[in-house]
Design a protein around this ligand. Structure first.
Ligand code: G3I
Length: 324
């Protein structure tokens, strides 16, 4: 995929989320990763909970391993994530910190983490999932919101920009692919930040989707209609976390539907130069986040390689999109 994209869609990084355990312990995983993808996003290793596990103490080993692997294989790194209301260590979420102390903690966190990878991480999901799951409001159940209100978003973006002025700074959200109350709110948020001169370079659209009898996934046409207004603000856009959950029906017909769906989204990103990346949330059903937590039955079937690391129809369909 990465070779075809380099030739036929040079604006587009082909990315995936990477988990540290298989990267270090499963040579087959590492081989396919390096062969197929030009960008990696650490699935968990750069989250606050893992990289900043004790007050003032950072643990960089796992994130370093991913960045080293990427550099060794000529891949870019997309950092994930700096200011999020989840994946926080207990010392922080249970700590009794004042608003001012929380500001200091976030400022130190961003300066330290972004500073460490300055020049080696191409872009950051500075703010992850700032909006309510399905609402137009900001999520309030995060220490950052509690300490600073809506200002935490600009605060985090400015801190990241100071730590690495060359990194591309993103807000990453889900359920904003089509026009709805939530994507309207994201649009207003982005427009307001830009009007205030806040360093925001782009928006990540996660694209976690489901294909089942009773669910209608976002279409590429609806996504195209919505993404245009973000591009018109001068922003880059990226598909940041795509997976396509088939739940309990991974029949051959469904696998073909999954393939066509993946292909429709990649074709969109291929045709619009403002898309900086097409990134999936993992690449093999051998280690899918759909296994451990969306799917209590343990059915991970949303990615493009099967558990034996064989290409699925979705992989072949993505190749065909990039070959054109
Ligand atoms: O390895 C740890 C272990 O050390 C720890 O003690 C234990 C208890 O917490 O569990 C293990 O950590 C888990 C980690 O995955 C690694 O397996 C965390 O509990 C678990 O919460 C974490 O889940 C991740 C989730 O985000 C929450 O951070 C998923 O792997 C990851 O795929 C998922 O990714 C999110 C994106 O960051 C944001 N967008 C949605 C996306 C999918 O849900």
């Amino acid at each position: 995929l990465r070779a075809l994209a380099a030739r036929n869609a040079p604006h587009l990084a082909i990315g995936t989320a990477v988990a540290t355990n298989p990267l270090l312990g499963d040579p087959g995983y590492a081989r396919v990763l390096a062969r197929e993808f030009s960008m990696v996003t650490p699935e968990n290793a750069m989250k606050f909970q893992f990289i900043h596990p004790r007050p003032g103490r950072y643990a960089f080993a796992e994130a370093d391993a991913i960045v080293d692997f990427a550099e060794h294989n000529g891949m870019a790194v997309h950092g994930h994530t700096l200011a999020w209301g989840e994946a926080l260590p207990r010392w922080l979420s249970r700590g009794d910190y004042s608003d001012g102390e929380l500001r200091e903690i976030l400022a130190d966190h961003i300066a330290t983490v972004v500073g460490r990878y300055k020049g080696r991480v191409a872009g950051w999901d500075v703010v992850n999932e700032p909006l309510e799951p399905f609402g137009p409001g900001l999520r309030r159940d995060s220490p950052w919101y509690r300490a600073m209100g809506a200002d935490y978003i600009a605060f985090a973006l400015r801190a990241a920009h100071r730590a690495d002025p060359d990194a591309a700074l993103y807000i990453n959200e889900f359920a904003c692919e089509e026009r709805n109350a939530k994507s309207d709110a994201l649009y207003r948020l982005a427009r307001g930040l830009l009007a205030d001169g806040v360093p925001l370079d782009g928006i990540g659209f996660q694209l976690h989707e489901d294909l089942t009898d009773d669910y209608r996934p976002v279409t590429a046409a609806a996504f195209r209609d919505n993404v245009r207004r973000f591009i018109d603000l001068g922003l880059a856009v990226r598909i940041s976390e795509m997976d396509v959950n088939l739940h309990d029906d991974a029949s051959p017909a469904r696998l073909q539907q999954q393939a066509a769906y993946y292909a429709s989204m990649l074709a969109l990103a291929r045709d619009i130069p403002a898309f900086s990346a097409f990134s999936t949330w993992g690449f093999t059903d051998r280690y899918s986040s759909l296994q451990d937590w969306w799917n209590p039955d343990g059915l991970g079937n949303g990615l493009i390689f099967d558990p034996a690391l064989r290409p699925k129809p979705a992989y072949d369909a993505l190749r065909r999109v990039l070959a054109r």
